[in-house]
Design a protein around this ligand. Structure first.
Ligand code: NAP
Length: 342
């Protein structure tokens, strides 16, 4: 394990903003995780683990601690029988490569999570989901280093505190666990209708009637590629706001005023409203802000892009403009999805 000093944090976030890390290292094994944590304790600085940087951005003040980049690899497929496979995946694996590999092997459960940027280890943190699938549905357990107890632990999926795009790892136990690997339960179940509208529209438009795993993956890759900016080319953190879920009276009140508002009621009677629709309605679609150098992406206003922002303060100022306008017009508080670190 090698520790370097004064690392530019903007290179460790696809939003490409932020100050400097006092210390930086990469880990490729559980032993190196322990070594890095002990190093941080010895030097009396906090450790902070990251993956691919696609869902984080950094404070301008930087971080006076040790940034640990998770590079733990591994893809171990254990078949209980032909239908039930248990995959143990290193947290540092590129998530989309894991999806591609499982789809090629004919394993179902994560095909709709194609092309989500970042590492496998990041997926349980916000319970990544798309087109009706989410990691919570297939996760068996997470192996992690517990910074409180200073030992490795296995956490069952039922103990991860999963909710809509959330978990204990970003709420009650933020900063406690360094995720080492995930175990997923995948099966040979074929994709079946009903599909999310975006997918079924795609199948209709492309005359696809055989819903294979590869067909779902290809459709999601195509939809995402056409709608979302490539973080390698355009600085962004993907969806910047979670889709708000409101109670029944709020949805009813809004529907009187905005009868065309898209909304999806859940089993508890609450309604999910697309944040993208709210942002469009306040006039922020394809909006380029000269003050902050930030913009919303033309084909998906939920994605904030850094065109020429000078600092994280610019991004936060742009975020505030959107949050305030949505609050004022709809009485809904938009919640930021990527994590501001440290
Ligand atoms: P979209 O297809 O325009 O849909 C917008 C919203 O409508 C999403 O909240 C989606 O719910 C909801 N929706 C659409 N069809 C639905 C159905 N049949 N039942 C229930 N809810 C439905 O979304 P988008 O912004 O382009 O994103 C595409 C997919 O990627 C969505 O599933 C989105 O949630 C997902 N995504 C996930 C993350 C993440 O995990 N961090 C980030 C970005 C996008 P759901 O959110 O429940 O899917």
């Amino acid at each position: 394990m090698t520790v370097t000093e004064h690392t530019d944090l903007s290179k460790l976030s696809t939003m490409r903003l932020g100050g400097e890390a006092r210390y930086y290292t990469e880990v490729t094994s559980r032993a190196e995780i322990e070594e890095a944590v002990n190093w941080a304790i010895e030097h009396q600085v906090p450790p902070l683990m990251i993956g691919g940087g696609s869902n984080i951005f950094w404070r301008d003040e930087g971080f006076e601690g040790l940034v640990i980049v998770n590079k733990l690899m591994g893809y171990d497929d254990r078949a209980e029988d032909d239908n039930n496979h248990f995959l143990t995946i290193g947290a540092g694996e590129n998530w989309d490569s894991v999806v591609a590999r499982s789809v090629s092997a004919g394993l179902s459960g994560i095909e709709a999570l194609s092309l989500i940027p970042g590492t496998a280890g990041a997926t349980p943190i916000q319970n990544v989901g798309a087109y009706g699938q989410e990691i919570a549905n297939v996760l068996v357990s997470v192996d992690a280093y517990d910074l409180h107890e200073r030992t490795f632990v296995t956490i069952a999926a039922s103990d991860c505190g999963f909710g809509y795009r959330t978990s204990r790892f970003k709420t009650t136990d933020r900063d406690r666990y360094l995720i080492c690997n995930l175990t997923l339960h995948l099966t040979r179940k074929a994709p079946a209708e009903p599909f999310y509208r975006a997918l079924s529209d795609y199948f209709t438009a492309h005359s696809i009637t055989e819903y294979t795993l590869q067909a779902v993956r290809d459709a999601v890759v195509d939809i995402r590629s056409s709608k979302l900016p490539d973080p390698a080319k355009v600085a962004n953190n993907g969806s910047f706001f979670a889709n708000p879920v409101v109670d029944e009276p709020t949805a009813a009140r809004l529907l009187v005023e905005y009868p065309k508002m898209p909304h999806w009621p859940d089993a508890a009677g609450r309604s999910k409203i697309p944040a993208a629709w709210l942002i469009e309605e306040i006039g922020f679609k394809d909006y380029h802000d000269p003050e902050t150098g930030m913009a919303t992406w033309a084909t998906q206003p939920l994605v904030l892009v850094n065109e020429k922002a000078r600092s994280t303060a610019d991004l936060l100022a742009f975020k505030a403009k959107i949050v305030d306008a949505v609050q004022e017009k709809f009485g809904i508080a938009l919640v930021q999805e990527p994590e501001l670190l440290p």
